[in-house]
Design a protein around this ligand. Sequence first.
Ligand code: SF4
Ligand code: SF4
Length: 131
Amino acid sequence: MADFYSWLDRLITENQKTIGSCQACGQCCDFEKYDHRLYITTPELIYFLEHIAPGNRKQMTTGTCPYNIDGKCTVYKYRFAACRIFCCKGDQNYQNNLSESALKKLKAICEEFNIEYQYQNLATALNNSWR
Ligand code: SF4
Ligand code: SF4
């Protein structure tokens, strides 16, 4: 997954003008207010959980990602693919195509490591992942 995120980050950096430059204001992490959705896959969730200490894992009980504290992402290094790809200022078509490419790679990771592929909204994924 580190290789996957390196690949994704490299593409985003190389195509910054097209994808848009995120100012990290955190507004889109308030999904209800921003009318935005975030879906994540099983490998992203597994990788995320491996890097977040059990005491720091949070359930999502509001319309905002629980890892957004005072407008800042507190898990920036391990944030999900869609968090990296989405930019309110960028070309949505390019972002959609990049998302499709990323999902293909994530499915291939599932096949390679015999992981069940799931694509869930963030609340469902977070709230069911450490019961
Ligand atoms: S992981 Fe970070 S960037 Fe992604 S929705 Fe949560 S706070 Fe926002
Ligand atoms: S994508 Fe836009 S709304 Fe979301 S954090 Fe970046 S600048 Fe803010």
